[in-house]
Ligand binder design. Structure first.
Ligand SMILES: [Mn+2]
Length: 239
């Protein structure tokens, strides 16, 4: 069979932020098989134009492969606003306004479909393979993965805290801290694939089983390559 892959892949996807066209282009280039695992690293909603369509696309992807979704700080804000733990207005300022507009211009919280909200509630904090672990943003290197504070997992920027290798010995794959030049960050023990798609750069997918990367943008461009060489933490250039 053409394009048949016998080795299951684990492919992480960085912060989509409502960029449905980029996600569609990226997924089309991945040739997903039912035994592949796609790990959405969170922040699939807010800021970009098509959050509702991104959620629909992810729901549909469950039929094509194994889908794991990690909750980002933006999904947390939506749920916190919905549940009264955060002022709705605050979420709207952080990009929630674009999400509500994707449900119809000028929509309120009631426009969020129940199936979509339940889907977002089901997302996890951490996903692990034998060699890698996947979180939205950051972690505490000396604390077990099942006891990480959500503030560190979902909110802490790599700009303020670049963690050492985690005690589990696995490589971290994260998003959240966007690289404003659209570059993947590879520190060896930590790989950040938030390459600022909603800011005009790339949506990145990374196969932790092979080191392959794929990128797509909102303009329909697609490219494939390898993970960049390891940099030391002192070389990080953030915009
Ligand atoms: Mn984030």
């Amino acid at each position: 069979m053409k394009n048949f892959r016998s080795t299951p892949r684990t492919i992480a996807v960085g912060d989509v932020h409502g960029c449905n066209a980029a996600l569609a282009t990226l997924v089309a280039g991945l040739n997903l098989q039912p035994h592949d695992t796609l790990v959405a690293l969170g922040d699939v909603i807010d800021r970009g134009p098509d959050s509702r369509d991104v959620i629909l696309q992810l729901l549909a992807l469950r039929e094509r492969c194994r889908l794991v979704c990690i909750q980002g700080n933006h999904e947390q804000m939506l749920l916190d606003a919905l549940d009264g733990r955060m002022a709705v207005q605050e979420w709207l300022i952080y990009g929630g306004a674009e999400t509500l507009d994707s449900y119809g211009k000028g929509s309120g919280m009631l426009a969020l479909e129940a199936e979509h909200v339940e889907f977002l509630r089901s997302w996890v904090d951490v996903y692990e393979t034998d060699s890698h672990f996947f979180v939205h943003g950051n972690y505490l290197a000396t604390r077990p993965l099942d006891r990480q504070p959500w503030r560190d997992l979902r909110w802490q920027s790599l700009k303020w805290h670049t963690p050492a290798a985690h005690i589990c010995g696995k490589t971290a794959v994260v998003g959240h801290t966007s690289n404003k030049q659209g570059q993947i960050l590879n520190l060896g023990h930590l790989i950040c694939i938030d390459t600022y798609c909603h800011g005009g750069y790339w949506l990145t997918a990374f196969d932790s089983t092979s080191g392959r990367v794929w990128q797509a943008n909102e303009g329909g461009e697609f490219r494939e390559g390898q993970l960049p060489p390891i940099k030391s933490a002192g070389c990080i250039q953030f915009g």
